[in-house]
Structures are given as structure tokens and as C-alpha cells.
Ligand binder design. Structure first.
Ligand code: FCA
Length: 328
């Protein structure tokens, strides 16, 4: 009798495993990103793929650089029989439209990196979100710059700050304002901060924005630069090179830590790109994909808000920092 019961129990377990595997195979999750060519987003996708392999679901990666592409991507996911998606939208103001599109297609959704805003300009709190601790990370950027300004013995009065900005994106504002608060606390006069608004969040747009500011203030001797991400700061550094500012006269610290930053550190001669705050594409890609899977497969809704931390890495110590984070 016991043996029969045991046999039944084992058969039951096997059946359960079979059902779970079959369910996972039917699960399809979209991962929509605003800038597919950016290494950060490539990494997010890579880690989401790890989750897909681990759980056996299908991941559909879609690049959507504008609102029209986002809306058709969501329709497309619906038509393909997906059950949910994760999105970093090209424009957070599309929030209500994206939420409505997801509902019309009966898709669960969560956001990553950039949080949707509603018609009232406030974050849409009903949509689960994973972002970075933007203000804190920005403060770390500012502190790293300030420490180096001190080491180089610059007088704050002679320092110009290039604020590479993308103010339509709240996380971008939080990041640069965090940096500014640290820099001001260290002694940077508010009048020395020059806004360089970028039209897009890539290196080229940042280069264009920074060039205008550097040319306009050609009398400034020492520069510091910060922005939304590594691309923004790299744009400022490329601009400084093109107008003839020596690498020793500019200190830029980015946010990200993906290939764009690491390749810069690997250059034989130090550039003005002094450091980056490394953030985690593994958490943002792998964890969001797992959360979405768990929501679809087990009805477990993701937390409404998850904020991830960053870790400063400099050209001089990035290898060790990456090792300590388990990246290298
Ligand atoms: C935003 C930026 C990306 C990355 C991400 C965490 O989406 O555009 O470069 O920093 O936040």
C-alpha cells in the first residue's frame, strides 16, 4: 500500500513538473527598449535571456525608438500571444497610452529604468517599476568629481561644470541634480554651472550639446562634466577633445559601467573620462524578466517599486571594482 502511495506521489510530482514545463513553454514575454544599440540595453537583454533560458519561456526583444514603434510593438506582442512585457520607453509621457495599449491587449506590464508619468506629470505608481536610485547615484558622481578637483588642486572659481541634461526624463534630472548638490557642497559656485541640453540620450547628441557650451565659455580653464549616463559624459569628453581642452583639464564621471565606459578606460592614454558609477544590468534585465515570469506563471505581482544601487569605479580601479561586483 505504502509503495503504491509512494508511486502515485512520484507520478504526481513528475506530472506537476511536466505541467510546469509545458506552461513555461507557452509563456512569451516582451522586452522593449528605447535605445537598442546602447550597451546598457544590450546587457539588459542579455541578462533577460538568461532568465528565459533558466525558466524556459520565450523572450521577444524589441527596440522602439519612438512612440509609434512602442504602440505597434505592444500590439504585435498581443497578436503573438505574449502574456506580458517589460519596457524602457523612449518617452515617459507616453505613460497613459502605453498602459491603455497593454490593457487592450490583455498584457501584464512593468517598466524598467525610466518610469512612466501620467497626465498630471506624476509617476504612474500602479505599474511595477525597477529603476536606479538616481539622486544617490548622482551624488556619488558629484563626490567623485569633487574629490578629484581637490586632488588636482583646482580653485572652484576657475571650474566650469557642463550639465549634460535631458530634463524631460525625471531620472535624468534626479541624477544631474544629485551631482550638482555634491559639487555645490564641495565649493562649486552655482553661476559656473552651464546647461547643455541633449536632443537624444546618445553620445552624438551629448557631443553636440557640450560643444556649444564649451565654445561659449572658451575662457574657462578647468571643466567637470556629468549627465544621465556614460554616453552623455563621453559626448562631453569628445567635445572637449575637439575644441582642444587637454585631458588633464577636464574630469567627467558617468553612470552605467557597460562597454562604452570600460573601452574608454582601456585606452592607453587617460582621457577626461575619469570614472563611472557602475549600475547593474543583471538586476534590471534578469530580475525584471523573472518578476514578469513569476507574475504570469504564479500570479505573483512584482513589487511596485524597486530601486537599485551603484558602485563608483575609476580608470585606476575599475578592474578590481568589477571583480568585487562579480562582473569580471
Ligand atoms: C536610462 C538611461 C540609460 C540607463 C538607464 C538605467 O534609461 O537612458 O542609459 O542609464 O536609465
Amino acid at each position: 500500500m505504502i509503495r503504491i502511495l509512494k508511486g502515485l506521489a512520484i507520478a504526481g510530482l513528475a506530472f506537476q513538473a511536466f505541467v510546469t514545463a509545458a506552461q513555461a513553454a507557452d509563456i512569451k514575454i516582451g522586452f522593449i527598449v528605447k535605445q537598442p544599440e546602447e550597451p546598457w540595453f544590450q546587457d539588459e537583454w542579455k541578462f533577460a535571456e538568461v532568465a528565459a533560458k533558466e525558466k524556459g519561456f520565450t523572450l521577444v526583444k524589441i527596440g522602439a525608438e519612438d512612440g509609434e514603434k512602442v504602440l505597434s510593438a505592444i500590439d504585435n506582442l498581443g497578436a503573438q500571444g505574449a502574456q506580458g512585457f517589460i519596457i524602457c520607453t523612449p518617452d515617459v509621457k507616453l505613460g497613459p497610452g502605453i498602459v491603455a495599449k497593454a490593457a487592450a491587449n490583455n498584457l501584464k506590464m512593468m517598466t524598467v529604468d525610466d518610469r512612466l508619468v501620467g497626465a498630471d506629470g506624476k509617476p504612474i505608481e500602479s505599474v511595477p517599476h525597477m529603476g536606479i536610485s538616481a539622486a544617490k547615484i548622482g551624488e556619488a558622481v558629484g563626490q567623485a568629481i569633487a574629490a578629484e578637483v581637490g586632488k588636482r588642486g583646482w580653485d572652484w572659481k576657475t571650474v566650469g561644470a557642463a550639465r549634460i541634461s535631458y530634463d524631460q526624463l525625471p531620472t535624468a534630472v534626479d541624477r544631474v541634480e544629485g551631482a550638482i548638490s555634491s559639487l555645490k557642497a564641495a565649493g562649486l559656485p552655482a553661476a559656473n554651472i552651464y546647461d547643455a541640453p541633449q536632443a537624444k540620450t546618445d553620445t552624438e547628441a551629448a557631443l553636440n550639446a557640450a560643444t556649444v557650451v564649451l565654445n561659449k565659455h572658451a575662457d574657462v580653464k578647468h571643466w567637470v562634466a556629468f549627465g544621465l549616463n556614460d554616453e552623455a559624459v563621453l559626448g562631453a569628453i569628445r567635445a572637449s577633445e575637439s575644441v582642444g581642452i587637454p585631458a588633464t583639464n577636464i574630469i567627467g564621471v558617468g553612470i552605467g559601467g557597460a562597454d562604452s565606459a570600460i573601452n574608454e578606460f582601456k585606452k592607453p592614454m587617460a582621457t577626461g573620462f575619469f570614472g563611472t558609477v557602475i549600475i547593474s544590468p543583471k538586476r534590471h534585465g534578469y530580475e525584471t524578466a523573472l518578476m514578469m515570469y513569476d507574475w504570469i506563471a504564479n500570479g505573483k505581482e512584482p513589487p511596485k517599486l524597486t530601486l537599485t544601487a551603484g558602485q563608483l569605479a575609476l580608470r585606476s580601479d575599475y578592474v578590481e571594482v568589477r571583480k568585487s561586483l562579480g562582473i569580471e
